[in-house]
Design a protein around this ligand. Structure first.
Ligand SMILES: Cc1cc2nc3c(=O)[nH]c(=O)nc-3n(C[C@H](O)[C@H](O)[C@H](O)COP(=O)(O)O)c2cc1C
Length: 191
């Protein structure tokens, strides 16, 4: 039986956990946790940021950012980076003990510990129902070698990606492969 829950907490599940890394105008690294984001237009990524985020200021200043997939090995750091702000904590990134190097392709840092990172050039920032929609073009993807399959593709099972449940503010890890997309439903196409 379906029960009405109203719309006090609408959510989709799973949501990604994305780590957005930027440089401030002073060259300082900031990394923030983002769950409201997705791929769009094939080579683009859209993030939805509250207006007061230090990350948003940095993106506007440097016109670039990187987006990494969060992994289970760094849960503590991931949660912290989604709680503390570079606006008020000058050593936010240093406290995590993570390491960042400058991207070869965009004016943004790459956090070395995360398994997959997209290097993004800013395309546009616009108001979207009170939050700022930040759209970037992905100019390159970096992946830790041990997450790749024999064909050189990222194997999701090897990332141990963290996913977010907004219903209960809880982290999960992504599970096992269950079927191939565009194949498991093929039987119904034949009817
Ligand atoms: C799991 C999780 C997901 C989050 N998703 C978003 C998001 O999509 N957009 C946003 O503006 N803030 C989001 N936040 C909050 C920011 O990460 C947080 O405010 C952070 O301190 C911002 O850092 P900054 O001010 O250094 O950029 C999220 C936090 C957590 C823990």
């Amino acid at each position: 039986m379906l029960k009405d829950l109203g719309c006090s907490l609408p959510a989709v599940y799973p949501m990604p956990v994305l780590m957005v890394a930027t440089y401030g105008e002073d060259g300082k690294v900031d990394v923030m946790t983002v769950a409201w984001g997705s791929i769009c237009g094939m080579d683009k990524i859209a993030l939805y940021l509250a207006k007061d985020r230090k990350t948003l200021k940095n993106i506007n200043a440097r016109k670039a950012f990187t987006v990494s997939l969060a992994d289970e090995a760094h849960l503590k750091e991931i949660d912290f980076l989604g709680t503390a702000s570079g606006n008020t904590m000058s050593d936010k990134f240093e406290r995590t003990g993570l390491h960042a190097v400058k991207s070869k392709n965009v004016d943004a840092p790459v956090v070395e510990e995360f398994p997959v990172t997209m290097e993004c050039k800013l395309e546009e920032v616009r108001d979207c129902f009170g939050e700022m929609q930040v759209v970037g073009t992905i100019v390159n993807v970096l992946a830790e070698e041990k997450t790749l399959d024999e064909a050189g593709k990222v194997n999701a099972e090897k990332i141990n990606a963290v996913i977010f449940d907004q219903f209960r503010n809880t982290y999960y890890t992504s599970g096992k492969e269950v079927a191939k997309a565009w194949r498991v439903g093929a039987e119904l196409m034949k009817k």
